[in-house]
Write a protein that binds this ligand. Structure first.
Ligand SMILES: N[C@@H]1O[C@H](COP(=O)(O)O)[C@@H](O)[C@H]1O
Length: 203
């Protein structure tokens, strides 16, 4: 399988997926990295890791150019990892049931436009919620509304700061995203009649 990871932030989820692929947890997977220009901070360091990194996301790239770039790379699945831009509907239609995103809350709670980074954890703590955690979901043409594929629960501690909660959630993100990507690459996702995707266990 050929994966491309879209990144805008620090890139730790990309690193977790890349290392899992490298470590053989996921069989015959090629991981390409598409970096959004603004993310000079963290992920650029990883660029050298990927023979296939392309400037797919450079400023002003058109949806057609992006689609052509993905076709050239013969991409099977697109993984959003801290990617902040809305995915064009043409891309969603070109890659049905093939685009995943990870969000740092138990969707549908604390998701949608404006809910990203520490803002999510601040809102969780301010709401008094006792549990939070990451959600891996399929991507549709809206922010954070696609079908949920996998979640992990992280208790919210009484005196948690947003940073402390973010750190514990990020740790679980790496686990659950690799688990979901592995299932996707091994064709272990089954779609219930009502459209809910389920991960079939490894036999
Ligand atoms: N969408 C959110 O953006 C953050 C990206 O972190 P990283 O993978 O760049 O470290 C993660 O918390 C992810 O859930």
């Amino acid at each position: 399988k050929r994966l491309v990871v879209f990144v805008s932030g620090g890139g730790s989820n990309f690193r977790a997926i890349h290392d899992a692929a490298l470590g053989g947890d996921v069989n015959d997977v090629v991981v390409a990295l598409a970096v959004e220009e603004r993310s000079m901070r963290g992920v650029m360091a990883y660029r050298s890791l990927c023979s296939l990194s392309r400037s797919l996301l450079q400023r002003g790239v058109s949806t057609d150019e992006l689609l052509n770039g993905l076709r050239e790379l013969r991409v099977d699945f697109i993984l959003l990892a801290g990617y902040l831009k809305l995915i064009p509907v043409e891309l969603v239609q070109a890659y049905p049931k093939s685009i995943l995103n990870i969000h740092p809350s138990l969707l549908p709670a604390f998701g949608g436009k404006g809910y990203y980074g520490l803002k999510v954890h601040k809102a969780v703590i301010a709401s008094g919620a006792r549990y939070s955690g990451p959600t891996v979901h399929f991507v549709d043409e809206h922010y954070d509304t696609g079908r949920t594929l996998a979640q992990r629960v992280v208790p919210v501690q009484a005196n948690d700061t947003p940073e402390q909660l973010a750190t514990r959630v990020l740790h679980e993100e790496h686990q659950v995203y690799v688990e979901a990507v592995t299932a996707l690459c091994e064709d272990r996702i089954v779609w219930r009649e009502d459209g809910i995707p389920l991960i079939r266990s490894q036999t």
